[in-house]
Design a binder for this molecule. Structure first.
Ligand code: HEC
Ligand code: HEC
Length: 344
């Protein structure tokens, strides 16, 4: 017993010390940093071909994700709006994102996980390749407001990044490719697949009666868009939330196809306990509000999804069962995974 306590204390001490250093002195085991495709899942869209994952490239990506130098005044990092405790969303303090100088955006920072399965990322699908994604927020005037060129110059001038690039790529040359590929390794390995739901699917746990009933409601009323196992079909649809004051036209901004007006990407339902508020503009603070929307609040708007034209009737028992089921999609292993923790 006592020896275990000593081990735990030692472990905690070592872990703390590890975080304080610039480069983690812990060597990788190939398994830990290898991409995973959980049993029964489809093949990912982004498969790391030409960007083979190594511990050192991943670690470079991790430092970059938490690097405030990538914003014009060095106050905002990717991790400022995508925090691990909130499933890499912004958490409950902001409905829409806040960037440099506290400038306010128009959309809610989505939770980040299982990104390699998405053909199109962002609420409107404006980005098709995970590797190009970081350019958007870095250059966005209300997010980080720094040109990619200036970001690379800053990184190249930093002794810390000289060492990290050398470890990752064998020399200190900073290119946009190397920079973006390291980012993709860090974000691409954020796979959330250890929820109770997953354990039940793998035969290692069982649903309670309420969860099972909720699963049945989910399959008949939600799964046509939020399809298993990712809990999204990653298509763009209008789920009947009335247009907000930003007049955000969603997918239309990218395609200019009138059939896409007010359509947004179907988000995953994994990790909802961490990622409130909900919807592309964070308009709902609770899942109860979301369920009330589907049962009573669907607006008859342009391009409303035909599946929702009559709403989704849900009685109180069904709502309560559904909430029990949705709670089985929360992945505590993921939000506590030390590989993704903030590092400087
Ligand atoms: C000021 C807050 C803010 C900062 C800083 C920020 N993001 Fe985001 N992020 C957002 C918002 C808001 C969205 C949704 C934007 C949209 O859909 O138009 C988003 C979307 C994303 C997505 C798409 C997720 C999905 O499921 O579609 C990824 C990936 C992402 N951000 C990664 C990053 C990275 C990497 C950085 C740093 C280079 C970063 N973000 C910096 C707020 C932020
Ligand atoms: C017709 C397709 C469709 C159906 C059916 C559907 N949804 Fe959605 N859902 C969406 C879309 C699209 C969004 C994003 C809308 C937006 O932000 O503009 C969404 C968003 C959500 C969100 C917000 C998630 C987040 O991260 O912000 C939750 C929670 C949700 N749906 C739960 C459900 C539940 C529970 C059901 C069944 C009762 C359901 N949905 C049925 C399409 C659908």
């Amino acid at each position: 017993m006592r020896i275990w306590i000593v081990y735990i204390v030692l472990f905690v001490l070592i872990s703390c010390k590890r975080d304080a250093e610039i480069i983690e002195p812990v060597s990788s085991t190939p398994d830990t940093y290898a991409p995973v495709i959980p049993a029964g899942w489809p093949n990912p869209v982004y498969d790391f071909t030409g960007n083979e994952v190594t511990y050192d490239k991943f670690t470079l990506g991790r430092h970059l994700f938490y690097e405030p130098m990538l914003s014009v005044d060095s106050t905002v990092s990717c991790g400022s709006c995508h925090m691990q405790t909130f499933g890499f969303s912004n958490g409950p303090s902001h409905a829409v994102s806040h960037g440099v100088n506290d400038l306010v955006g128009k959309r809610n920072s989505p939770a980040l996980f299982n990104l390699t399965w998405q053909t199109k990322i962002m609420w409107d699908g404006g980005v098709s390749n995970l590797e190009n994604q970081p350019i958007g927020p870095i250059q966005n005037p209300i997010e980080m407001n720094l040109s990619l060129g200036n970001a690379l110059t800053r990184i190249a001038a930093s002794p810390k990044y000289k060492a990290l690039f050398e470890k990752a790529y064998g020399d200190t040359v900073v290119t946009s490719q190397r920079f973006l590929k390291a980012f993709a390794q860090f974000m691409g390995l954020m796979v959330s697949y250890n929820s109770k739901y997953d354990k039940v699917k793998n035969g290692n746990d069982v649903f309670t009666t309420a969860e099972n009933n909720g699963y049945a409601v989910f399959k008949s009323k939600c799964a046509s868009c939020h399809s298993e196992p990712l809990f999204s079909d990653y298509t763009f649809r209008n789920n009947g939330i009335p247009v907000n004051s930003y007049q955000d036209s969603g997918r239309y901004r990218i395609t200019l196809d009138p059939n896409d007006i007010y359509k947004f990407k179907v988000p995953s339902l994994r990790n909802l306990a961490f990622s409130a508020p909900y919807m592309h503009d964070g308009r709902f603070n609770t899942l109860a509000q979301v369920l009330n929307h589907y049962s009573m609040g669907i607006a008859p708007m342009q391009n409303l999804d035909p599946l929702l034209s009559t709403g989704i009737p849900l009685n109180n028992q069904e709502k309560s069962d559904l909430l029990n089921f949705l709670a089985t999609l929360n992945d505590y292993t993921f939000i506590n995974d030390t590989r993704f923790k903030e590092i400087h």
